[in-house]
Design a protein around this ligand. Structure first.
Ligand code: HCA
Ligand code: CU
Length: 358
């Protein structure tokens, strides 16, 4: 598995989440934080409206380290409007499933194929680099999907996005589809997986194991419905599970998530991987006893590795060990019977009494 790239779509897919609206300055501040975290692509959607167009224009003027990807429909008018923005990298999307072709685009498979190729040729004739997104790819008949991939990449598409637009893939199914796509083209392959059944990250990772080289994510997973993978979980999965992308500044992820919460008004879920409040909090008696000796007993990666601290929660679920630790920390040696007595008192309480960092 080669290097896996990371595309952040907080300002495009993320703003498609209900109740999420960023002002121009909020979007630019988020973009700058996203850029500093070390992602490879930042996706924006100038065709949505004046504000999004301004955000795209100002962001490109700031010359971020990441490549700015301008997202649009596979339509001449959209591509032309991006050319007016001095675009260099665009992503155009076209549905490929029979359901979308019939209900949304009113095109036959053959017509969609011709149209996709024509739009890619049009963009390439204007010197653009581009990604061609097969929207609803996971519900597209495989041979037709592969034909679309072959024809659009032959026409010059630099990258292809394989989407699980409604989040119905399993990792095994995603692996199989991406494997076929990998064999059909030399272009880069993005995986864009929705989280409707909680499998977005697993499906995206299966995609890269099968040969995709870019994962789409957003801060806190924001997106249509249940959203897409969270940028923090993707970055840590790449580091912890695959030993790659050590260049991504994972210590900036908590702050990034907090900025998103502030600007969107949507709090970060305490159980959210990597950045959630509970991620390094230990509570059960056996857990506390073990992490006091060795944090890794109950941690996939250390809090220090992302600039966080381990926390212990003491209450009715505690055991003697944590009380011994606390008493020794305070320089009070308690005997076993004393510890038993203190523990009995603690167990009478029906809530967590203490929550502290160590
Ligand atoms: C959309 C659909 C999309 C596109 C993904 C991509 C999807 O909202 O435009 O361009 O890679 O889920 O299929 O987000
Ligand atoms: Cu999407």
């Amino acid at each position: 598995m080669g290097k896996t790239l990371l595309l952040d779509s907080t300002l495009r897919e993320g703003e498609q989440a209900p109740l999420v609206h960023f002002s121009e300055s909020e979007a630019l501040q988020l973009a700058s934080q996203i850029d500093q975290s070390g992602v490879d692509f930042i996706e924006v959607s100038p065709i949505v409206g004046h504000k999004q167009r301004e955000i795209a224009r100002r962001l490109m003027a700031e010359k971020p380290r990441a490549t700015v990807v301008l997202h649009c429909r596979a339509k001449k008018e959209d591509i032309e409007s991006l050319l007016d923005l001095d675009a260099s990298f665009i992503a155009m999307y076209l549905s490929t499933s029979d359901m979308h072709l019939a209900n949304k685009l009113h095109l036959s498979r053959g017509q969609a194929l011709e149209h996709g190729v024509e739009m890619v040729e049009f963009a390439k004739a204007h010197g653009l680099k581009l990604r061609f997104t097969c929207e609803d790819a996971s519900r597209t008949e495989l041979d037709y999907l592969l034909e679309m991939v072959r024809r659009t990449t032959a026409a010059g598409a630099d990258r292809i996005s394989i989407t699980d637009t409604v989040g119905i893939m399993t990792p095994a199914a995603m692996f199989a589809v991406v494997k076929e796509v990998r064999a059909a083209t030399d272009a880069g392959i993005d995986v864009h997986c929705h989280n409707d059944l909680g499998l977005a990250l697993a499906n995206a990772l299966a995609g890269v194991e099968a040969g995709a080289d870019c994962i789409h994510a957003s801060v806190n997973g924001a997106g249509e419905r249940a959203g897409i993978p969270k940028v923090a979980e993707v970055a840590m999965a790449l580091q912890v599970l695959y030993g790659q992308r050590k260049d991504i500044k994972v210590e900036k992820l908590v702050e990034l998530s907090a900025s998103f919460s502030k600007h969107s008004g949507l709090p970060t879920d305490p159980f959210s991987p990597v950045v959630g409040e509970n991620v390094f909090r230990h509570k059960g008696g056996t857990h506390l006893a073990a992490v006091l000796k060795e944090g890794a007993s109950y941690e996939a990666f250390s809090p220090e590795s992302i600039g966080r601290r381990r926390r212990l929660v003491v209450g009715g679920y505690s055991g003697k060990n944590i009380l011994r630790y606390l008493s020794e920390t305070l320089g009070m040696k308690m005997s076993d019977p004393q510890l038993e007595k203190a523990l009995a008192r603690l167990k009478e309480k029906e809530r967590d009494l203490f929550d502290f960092a160590i």
